[in-house]
Ligand binder design. Sequence first.
Ligand SMILES: C[S@@+](CC[C@H](N)C(=O)[O-])C[C@H]1O[C@@H](n2cnc3c(N)ncnc32)[C@H](O)[C@@H]1O
Length: 683
Amino acid sequence: MSRERDPRVTKAFSAMRSIGIAPDIVKPVLKHLLKLYDKNWELIEEDNYRTLADAIFESESDKVVDKNVVVEPEPLAKKPHGAAAEDQGSSTLDNCSRIRDLEEGDIPHSSGQKLAESCQSVSVNTRGENLVSANTTDDSCIVVVDQERDEPGVLHKRRKEVHEIPGDRNVTKPEKELPLNHPPLLALPSSNISPDERNQPVSLPSNYGDSLQYTFDLASSRCGQVKICLRYNHANGQPDFQSPNLEAVLKFAEDRCTRAYRILCPNFSLLQLVKELCEIYLELGAESANRSLMNKSSSVCLDRTIGSSREPPGTANAERNINRRVRNCSGSSNSLSLAVGGRNKRRKVYQSDDMTNGTEKVKISLLDETGREQLPNFVYIPENIVYQSAYIHVSLARIADDECCASCKGDCLSSSLPCACARETGGEFAYTPEGLLRKEFLETCISMNAEPQKHQHYYCQDCPLERAKSRHKPTKCRGHLVKKFIKECWRKCRCNMKCGNRVVQRGITRKLQVFLTNEGKGWGLRALEDIPGGAFVCEYVGEILTNTELYERNEQNGGKDRHTYPVLLDADWGSESVLKDEEALCLDATYYGNVARFINHRCYDANLIEVPVQVEAPDHHYYHIAFFTKKEIKAFEELTWDYGIDFEDHNHPIKAFLCCCGSPYCRDTDNNKPKRAKGIAIR
Ligand SMILES: C[S@@+](CC[C@H](N)C(=O)[O-])C[C@H]1O[C@@H](n2cnc3c(N)ncnc32)[C@H](O)[C@@H]1O
């Protein structure tokens, strides 16, 4: 009987085939990866099989190195870069074949230069439009940036004038005037690159460190052209060396950088990075007052600029950064704090590549492009922690047998009947096998949030909220919405950690970033990848306080904190006649919290929704607040949540902020009046 092939294997083979890799090459690598990742297909399938493709390319290049013979690889119709099926036509670089398509007169010639098939040069301009390949005589690659400039001290020349700059000995004049959309055709044999009168090239000597067998030259001309020459001397000693296709080199390098430096921008481009390098070089060179800085430390600063996780090239922010000047580099080598100066003013761009200090499974970066904001002062914690008096007693004995699935095995979602935990959720699993909220569950939660008055409420006999406000004369309870809970499987359950009914407890998996918003809301949280609707994003984590402790805390600081972050855990408050003080709980993320403390409010059409999730405690006094996407979210979209503030409630102990959510349904009718106090109590 023939065994049926796992559809995931078939898919992997076909993804690789689409980029020209034969199954016999794929098979051993895939096998190895499956073993390495303990059959975790997600890691292999991620980014359209990027890991698999990388592993194949690595193993192929290892073969070449190991045997010191060139293995003729399968012709790579397309090279994976983010997507295996990327269209080669969208590639930004041409290789030698393109040159042959050009007219003879268009091919750049420099004096005495012979064209060799093996090497290409690339030209880019600041508009990112013109790229050309040409051949040079040695194994170096040359990048030319043609930047039009009109700043004093830097000549502004149109492209067709570029070749007429006196003193620019390195730039070859093409015979013909180029069509407007045609790239500048400049081929510069690296050996001929010499400094012009103004800017000396930055050059690392070939004996810079024992292993550094390359030279790296940067030179600029008066017309604003910057030339980079890279020479790798090892190649000279290898008779079999063949210059690789430049397009492949760039794409490999992009892939490698993306992984090594954890670049999250899908549009990361090495060419853009090179372009920025040239532009920074030009800008520094143009500033004569900074000449000494340029001579002494520019190479250090440039290294840092590139090595640090500034906005990845290719993004709007990277474009903006081009106009900034590096004046000073500070911070330790792994601190990504970088000082960037504008022409007349100093600016600081605070960045951290992981504000969680390694406490989450994924890194979460922090970015302030304006340099205006103080870094948030709080301690990052990935899980809630009791401040002092909150009564949270977690013990196996308190979990009754019918409150867990003690007879389940493997993945509860794969069983035809809902397990005991699912019965606690309301008879059905809340999650799909893909780990998303089921549509009906999500829709009910959204409707409950949008129109709470249409849903059932609990009314406490003795409301802890009112009691905290006035011990002697508490007013009537205003009601607490009866919430829809998720009960996840936990320790006493016999399913495994990969069970589909364990989502929130696995923690953050999405790529997120804390950034400074432009609308005056302070810091905010955004997605760095597309996230489907119904996906878990993060939990609201903070100190677990009793309602009284929260009230006292607020009294003590007199509402001085610009941002306060309490959330009530009031789902069960009305179910008991008198709730003990230590059981009326809330979460405060002001001093201890996670990324959720940065989620800003948006009236009605926020993209996140909070769902109460029970993990360890069997009662509803304590539970987790989990944020799920209401709909698909695009990369770089800010993540928002409707705090449920009644902006008209002027008697609330904490004054609401002036809402700048920008929603067409904004409930704050006061938002064109003078600013109110900041700080809120959320729900
Ligand atoms: C949970 S925090 C969100 C993170 C906060 N922006 C920060 O910088 O730390 C809530 C505070 O953010 C600010 N905020 C949130 N949403 C806002 C909005 N729509 N308009 C104005 N301020 C907002 C308010 O100061 C509020 O007290």
